[in-house]
Design a protein around this ligand. Structure first.
Ligand SMILES: Cc1cc2nc3c(=O)[nH]c(=O)nc-3n(C[C@H](O)[C@H](O)[C@H](O)COP(=O)(O)O)c2cc1C
Length: 412
């Protein structure tokens, strides 16, 4: 058993890759041709009637009771059920307080949590508004909706205001259909085009009595149309690793082809936080980060720096500079390069983890390039630019390189 698990969880080549479902398929398939009958591929077992939709959402419904007291309840039996008018269905048992509330008030809100709000989601699904004031007990803040007669939760990152249009009694549950009147989202989870960045949202999913975190970007919709066979999806599933950190490290690539999609200030801040988390000699943090968004500056840098032409495609670049005033005075002054290099690598890895693309284009130690960057950014003398990092959304053309070479290792 242990042996079987070991084989399933590792890749024979390097012992690092995780065994993906696709690999399991292939492996299972290949066993058709062997005499080993321990794994029979594609054999299904009937589980009977079960709510086997995976994943399920766990969202929180807001409603007012007859006295106007706000209440919340968690719902997993919920989803988009129509596009025009955009409608959401949520099914509730008659025993819930919310059932009566929504039937009477003809409105509800859908409050979408990030995974860090799990305790409120669970609480709202365990106790009834008949017995407790869930807003009071949790400390969450009810806000009267702008357009419908229902409260939303201030602390939840996305709230959807719905007007009840119809309901259906299906048996155990009443299915309420609500027309979406307005969606509000925290600026902190939006990209520059006001689209929800799922990595920033960190949504919560629910299945079979357990909650899970998710949000890892894996591919764009429609990509399967071009790459269903032979060529991999983005990222290549064969490059899955034992954990997310290894996966990001191995999937990082120098991205030189970008889409038009802009990157938000919040996303850049996430990158810079990652940069500033890097280790530095004597904890000097001898750096300063310039965020360049001016079109003329990006273009001027792209024209003059020999390996930074892709700056013309992006709307943002980070320039990592050593700050000589923070760099120390003795021999360790030279550490600023290592320190800023560590920050740069953190930024590149963070970008990869968020589905963004970035590339390290050098400035220091080339005098001519350093001069160009200093002039274009009007840098003070003590700020020495180590590099310019264009940041944007990758087109998917750039892929990671396999740089593993055993001959680079000397075991002693
Ligand atoms: C994760 C989770 C999902 C739930 N999904 C539903 C659901 O879809 N429909 C429902 O009627 N109750 C669901 N419940 C149970 C209600 O949230 C629970 O009965 C709650 O106490 C009702 O609150 P209320 O009486 O204040 O309306 C769920 C509970 C949890 C924890």
């Amino acid at each position: 058993m242990v042996l079987l698990l070991t084989i399933l969880l590792t890749n024979k080549e390097n012992g690092i890759n995780r065994f993906t479902p696709l690999q399991k398929f292939k492996s299972a398939n290949s066993q058709y041709t062997t005499s080993d009958t321990s794994v029979v591929p594609f054999q299904k077992k009937s589980l009977g009637v079960r709510s086997a939709i995976y994943p399920k959402p766990a969202l929180v419904i807001g409603s007012y009771d007859k006295e106007g007291k706000p209440n919340i309840m968690t719902a997993a039996w919920i989803g988009i059920c129509n596009s025009d008018p955009l409608s959401i269905s949520v099914s509730m048992r008659p025993a819930t307080y919310s059932y009566g509330n929504v039937t009477e008030s003809k409105a509800f809100t859908v409050n979408i949590p990030s995974s860090e709000l799990i305790k409120y989601v669970d609480y709202a699904g365990r106790l009834s508004g008949k017995d407790v004031d869930k807003f009071k007990e949790t400390g969450l803040t009810p806000v009267k909706s702008e357009f419908v007669n229902a409260p939303y939760i201030k602390e939840f990152p996305i709230v959807i205001e719905c007007e009840l249009t119809e309901y259906h009694d299906l048996g155990s549950h009443r299915q309420f259909i609500g027309k979406v009147i307005d969606v509000k989202a925290d600026k902190a989870i939006l990209d520059a085009s006001d689209r929800v960045d799922v990595n920033l949202l960190e949504p919560l999913i629910y299945a079979d009595g357990n909650y899970y975190e998710t949000g890892r970007w894996i591919a764009k919709t429609g990509e399967s149309l071009n790459k269903i066979d032979g060529k991999p999806f983005v990222p290549d599933y064969s490059r899955r690793y034992a954990n997310e950190v290894l996966e990001v490290i191995h999937n990082r690539k120098s991205v030189r082809h970008f889409t038009d999609q802009p990157v938000s200030k919040e996303q850049i801040e996430v990158l810079l936080r990652a940069g500033m988390a890097a280790p530095t000699a004597a904890n000097r943090q001898p750096w300063v980060f310039y965020v360049v968004t001016k079109r003329e500056t990006l273009d001027a840098l792209g024209e003059q720096l020999p390996y930074a032409k892709m700056l013309s495609q992006v709307k943002t670049a980070i320039v990592v500079c050593g700050d000589m005033e923070k760099a120390g005075n003795l021999i360790d002054k030279g550490y600023w390069v290592q320190d800023c290099a560590a920050a740069t690598e953190n930024i590149l890895l963070a970008a990869e983890s968020m589905g963004l693309g970035a590339v390290w284009t050098a400035s220091y130690p080339y005098d001519d390039r350093t001069r160009v960057v200093s002039q274009e950014l009007n840098l003070p003398e003590e700020h020495i630019p180590l590099n310019v990092i264009p940041v944007g959304y990758p087109t998917g053309e750039d892929v990671p390189k396999n740089k593993w070479k055993k001959e680079n290792i000397i075991w002693q």
